[in-house]
Write a protein that binds this ligand. Structure first.
Ligand SMILES: *Cc1c(COP(=O)(O)O)cnc(C)c1O
Length: 396
């Protein structure tokens, strides 16, 4: 019989029923330390009391009105995002892919109203991940995601990450914008040289293109700055956010300069749910927490500690790990054994970690992780490595 639940996921046979801070509890009562945070979403841990209070208080008042009316929570959250970023304006979505879709529409529309209707091409970079809608799989460029879904949406091209010559060759009279993750997530926690990102800024300025940063995974404190672009000394024209911005409530956002957004006049875009009062109650509270004095310093300190400990772990298990990569609390372990084998062993030891491209095990703990929890997580990674070494030795 065909499964009642569409089988597009190869799910692990485990159901979590409760969470508390950095910990998850499964149906059978087993406790897990969560270094996956629902794929960088639960940045404030599970059942964060402030987020629970914000959501439940709003839930007793008003859930949804649509965007035909003013939504005060959107106005306050947009103001805060604008005050703390390069952007002048914000649009709220329900997901990351929707934010990326709007980024593409906005870039094309910008060129259109600037007298360049011929400029529609969006260039992305190999190893990217921008979502699973038709346009975002075209930008993602992964053949596995494109196969069988008909002709790739027109106007999307991809070049190797870090290759300026290839990029300059790909840019033509039809190019509208470039999109890049300042640190690739799904692609394998692959960092992008800062000088490459700064070169993209210059190319966009010189050629009248828009620079789009997909900060859906890197944004909202993950790299120990509010946004990863802040490390670079440059800013994009358009930025996509999602994941941590809602702390677990579905929420995304597109941020843009007034110039980039100038084509988005009344009627050019819409959403029924995006930015609804429930999402805004949580989003406002979440952003207040990240912006509170000391929060990002805590992320930086924990990240520093964790990456040092991981360095020692890698050195102690040379047959299992190759290296540590990443920035802030977006870290990766490049593996010498299949990452999925290690993820299973870590789970058996009581630790949740995630896969990523290039055979990397991705660590995305809540930003509220304590140093004790970081130490415990590294100990569990060590247990998993030891168990796999013992298995390997027994097989020989
Ligand atoms: C998760 C992710 C997306 C897609 O977000 P959805 O909410 O799943 O649509 C896009 N870009 C990046 C960098 C992501 O990490």
């Amino acid at each position: 019989m065909f499964p009642a639940l569409l089988p597009t996921y190869n799910r692990t046979d485990i159901a979590f029923v409760r969470g508390e801070g950095s910990w998850l509890f499964a149906e059978d009562g087993k406790r897990y330390l969560d270094f996956g945070a629902g794929i960088a979403v639960n940045a404030f841990g599970h059942a964060n009391p402030r987020l629970v209070a914000a959501l439940t208080e709003q839930a007793g008042k008003l859930w949804h009105t649509s965007n035909l009316y003013r939504v005060p929570g959107q106005e306050s959250l947009a103001k805060k995002l604008v005050a703390n970023s390069f952007a002048d304006t914000v649009f709220f979505t329900n997901s990351g892919a929707e934010a990326a879709e709007l980024a593409f529409k906005m870039a094309r529309r910008y060129q259109f109203v600037s007298g360049h209707p011929e400029r529609y091409q969006i260039i992305s970079f190999e190893g990217a991940f921008h979502g699973r809608t038709l346009a975002t799989i075209a930008a993602t460029g992964n053949e596995k995601y494109l196969e069988g879904f008909g002709p790739k949406v027109a106007g999307f091209d991809q070049v190797p990450l870090g290759d300026l010559d290839a990029l300059n060759k790909a840019i033509g009279p039809q190019t509208a914008a470039l999109i890049i993750e300042p640190l690739q997530g799904e692609g394998g926690v692959r960092s992008v040289p800062p000088e490459f990102l700064r070169a993209l800024r210059k190319i966009c300025d010189d050629k009248g293109l828009l620079l789009i940063f997909d900060e859906i995974q890197t944004g909202i404190g993950r790299t120990a700055k509010l946004f990863a672009y802040e490390w670079l000394g440059i800013a994009p024209d358009i930025m996509c956010l999602a994941k941590a911005i809602g702390g677990g409530f579905p929420l995304g956002a597109l941020l843009a300069t007034a110039e980039a957004a100038k084509g988005m006049t009344i009627g050019t875009h819409g959403t029924t749910y995006g930015g609804n009062p429930l999402a805004m109650a949580v989003g406002n509270e979440a952003l207040d927490m990240v912006l509170a004095p000391g929060f990002l310093e805590h992320v930086a300190k924990t990240a520093n500690y964790l990456s040092q400990q991981l360095g020692a772990l890698v050195a102690g298990h040379p047959a299992i790990f190759e290296s540590v990569r990443g920035q802030g609390l977006m870290l990766g372990l490049k593996m010498k054994i299949p990452n999925t084998d290690f993820i299973n062993a870590a789970r058996a030891a009581g630790l949740i970690v995630l896969p990523a491209g290039e055979n990397v095990v991705r660590l995305l703990p809540p930003l509220t992780l304590t140093e004790d929890e970081a130490r415990e997580g590294v100990a569990l990674l060590g247990q998993a490595a030891t168990a796999l070494e013992a298995q390997k030795a027994a097989a020989q």
